[in-house]
Design a protein around this ligand. Sequence first.
Ligand SMILES: [Fe+2]
Length: 241
Amino acid sequence: MWPFRRTFRLKDTGLLNGFTDWHSHILPSVDDGVRSVERGLEILDLYAAYGIRQVWFTPHVMEEVPNEPARLRERFAAFRARYTGGIELHLAAENMLDGLFESRFEAGEVLPIGKNGNHLLVETSYYNPPVDLSGVLERIKSRGYYPLLAHPERYMYMGRTDYERLRTRGIRLQLDLFSLAGLYGDDAREKAEWLLQRGMYDAVGTDLHRKEICVEMGGYRLTRSVIGSLERIIRDDTLNR
Ligand SMILES: [Fe+2]
């Protein structure tokens, strides 16, 4: 094997030591993620074994899954009361940019993300942008939030020029770590590597929905150059500042 093709298992890279997972569906029974408290706690034990230090729960909020912030806060408090481990747990949301978001945002009913609470994690359909993507991102910014776009590499309708335009306009991008392992196909992996090499990501998350993936993830293989780029983002830790 050529040296530049050498790969390393995620759990041996040191990247997860002190890692903050900025995107997860571990809060039980609120979306298509984890189904039970027990399963959620098991995942956190696996996270602790990987060395992960902080986790943001980011349940879906969308027209099909209209989680209300107040109810999510209650569910989060109940879950946290059951957790006795050492990982810092936080609550935000993954906001689909649909009509529900527009009305909730107008009413100030959103769950921000980041140490200073000045980011909003947002997503779109994988196939089509919302009618007025540009407008909604500007409205988010005009209220003092950084839009943080989840897994940009997985949107089939987005290409390199779109990413460059978004970054120029002050939109922040969040890598789905598993895109690099090929979980979402070659196209998503190639886009992720392209964005990563250009330093265009500000945060990293797993978008974890199931315990099985959590067990497997330690074995995901990454190249040396990908590891180096990831180290820089994790060290910069933009959202924790
Ligand atoms: Fe997600």
